[in-house]
Design a protein around this ligand. Sequence first.
Ligand code: SIN
Length: 491
Amino acid sequence: MPDKRTNLQSLLRDSSLLEGRAYIDGNWVEGMNGTFSVVNPARGDVIADVADLSREQVGDAVKQADVAQKEWADWTGKERSIVLRKWFQEIMENADDLAIILTAEQGKPQVEAKGEILYGASFIEFFGEEAKRVYGEIIPGHQRDKRIHVLKQPIGVVATITPWNFPNAMITRKIGPALASGCTVVARPAAETPLSATALAVLAERAGLPKGVLNILTSSNSSDVGKEFCTNPVVRKLSFTGSTEVGRLLLRQASDNVLKCSMELGGNAPFIVFEDADLDAAVEGAMICKFRNNGQTCVCANRIYVHENIYDQFAEKMKCAVEKLTVGDGLADRITIGPLINHDAVDKVLEHLGDVETKGGTVLTGGQRHSMGGNYFEPTVVTDVTHDMQIAHEETFGPVAPLFKFQHEQDVIDRANNTVFGLAAYFYARDNARIHRVSEALEYGIVGVNTGIISTEVAPFGGIKQSGLGREGSWHGMEDYLELKYICLSI
Ligand code: SIN
């Protein structure tokens, strides 16, 4: 356990945003299991000691959330919308501090952290507006004396489990629609990055969110919390973002209670560059898509397919662009690539690169642990990558751009679809007919055409196949927190 400490409070305009206690029923509470340390991945320093809740405390929080839900669901959509708007404003006013906390616990550079805070806030804003638009239906009766009304009602207590790669936005993407629709939430943030979550709760409290409506349950024991969420009969919905492996486990645990689940799971995104593409635009798109958050997003390009006629040119341009990236502590100026989250992440990158090199791939640039040591890794481009390599089948979740060569459109589509995952895919092309053909043929929940960035609160984010269940963002994101009730009236 590192013994060095970072004085993060001194970097904040409002140091009360740095909160190490959990938030249950409107109270800031200590953990019955003591505390766990949050470590800055850039420096290995401890940033804070955070309340380690016991399973019993998690169960209590669920009870409180249930009590609060009855009252919260009685509020009008407009009343809920007003509080969510205030919360959005608090987040915007404190965006700089929230970004500092985020970088300190997660590692991404300040510019990206600030981008995430704005992205995260957009879900509170968007769903706050949607709270007023939970429309039902009137269906013409099936008999002369019958009237059919369809209501949409909040599901009840929602449990969320969120990852460390987007410690702010993955939480607001779930909490926004849950609260807007009249559900209450018990949220377990990742143990690596709980401080962004508790800071959000500080601001929610200031905005006047009633007690019990949002509960932030910090814990080092993900398995205990997951079991409580899946087996406590009061929990009516689980929304999880994380790996497919953990998602499968949660789905199994949730099956006894027939718990409604949303799952945003792993990806293995193909990024295809056709020979008619605007090459510079494709390089720019690949850079952002691959190296955003140091390659640690579920929608990062994991397999870059380039047409054989432009392969060498593309590889050279990628190499030049990658060599311009600046690696370092995300809290320092002008840094574009931070550290990876921990040593295991570095090991995974090394494992994939070792496999690439053994099987005949070529490292064009990078390929090593960075000279700064710790969790830093050199941004890397590898060529001559083939389908027998591990990197073709598993998410690297790190700064490695593997370039595969292809000849024919149908062949690259088949290869792109040859995976159990189906979250995001991207391609660059100019030909109009090809754009339609390929968009329709790719078996993915999200397709980026001539763009490397697809995330926005106004669109439905989510995957097919083993990449997940349900959608987040847009009005579809509200539906995941609502139940339909059909009322058959005999008059
Ligand atoms: C993710 O990695 O799961 C989310 C990325 C995003 O929302 O852009």
